[in-house]
Design a protein around this ligand. Structure first.
Ligand code: ZN
Length: 202
């Protein structure tokens, strides 16, 4: 626990050194060497942003030139009303369009147009599986996690130093910077102690 707190503190002044496999940021910290998964790190940053924005009703949205017409299965159609308000708070603007069909007129900024349909289907799937026992808060977090995952930078993507610095600085500002909304680790840390020991220096 003490070590955990020290790590969180060290996160504030990480210096990116480069990228491994176009997927992991290698960074030097005062407490050792860090490897950060760029996708889950960005996902955590966006997740907290999306949640904050939805709580204050200030989600940034992008209007679509052409609405996306989304036919629903009967099951999806039955679940939709329960998540409609959450989707609205996240930045979606969706209207009924005939029978069992939705017209999506706007979506949260940051999601590529080609991903919007997929995000909605994923959210409806969460709803379908878990809704009956899920609280509003869980639904909200589920929607935010899906939006964040789809909008986050992917692995296998080269990043320049400026982007890496930005990502590390934003991560340091997160409330829970060490694990992604799905519980995966964001960072691996090799402490100076471990490194010194491995080189037989202590
Ligand atoms: Zn993800």
């Amino acid at each position: 626990m003490v070590e955990e707190a020290a790590s969180l503190d060290a996160l504030k002044d990480l210096r990116p050194l480069g990228q491994l496999h176009d997927s992991f940021i290698i960074a030097a910290g005062r407490d050792g060497l860090w490897l950060i998964d760029q996708h889950v790190a960005h996902e955590r940053i966006l997740f907290e942003q999306v949640l904050r924005a939805s709580e204050s009703n200030q989600a940034e949205r992008q209007s679509l030139l052409l609405p996306i017409i989304l036919p629903l299965t009967p099951a999806q159609d039955a679940e939709y009303p329960r998540i409609a308000e959450e989707l609205e708070r996240m930045g979606f603007e969706i209207e009924p369009f005939g029978q069992r069909t939705l017209a999506v007129k706007a979506a949260p900024a940051g999601i590529a147009a080609g991903e919007i349909e997929r995000v909605l289907f994923e959210v409806l799937e969460i709803a379908d599986q878990e809704l009956r026992k899920a609280t509003i808060d869980e639904i909200r977090r589920g929607v935010a996690a899906t939006v964040a995952c789809r909008a986050a930078i992917k692995i296998n993507m080269p990043l320049d130093m400026v982007k890496m610095q930005w990502l590390l600085a934003e991560l340091a500002k997160c409330e829970l910077p060490m694990s992604c909304p799905h519980g995966r680790p964001i960072a691996l840390r090799y402490s100076l102690r471990e490194i010194l020991r491995s080189f037989h220096r202590i």
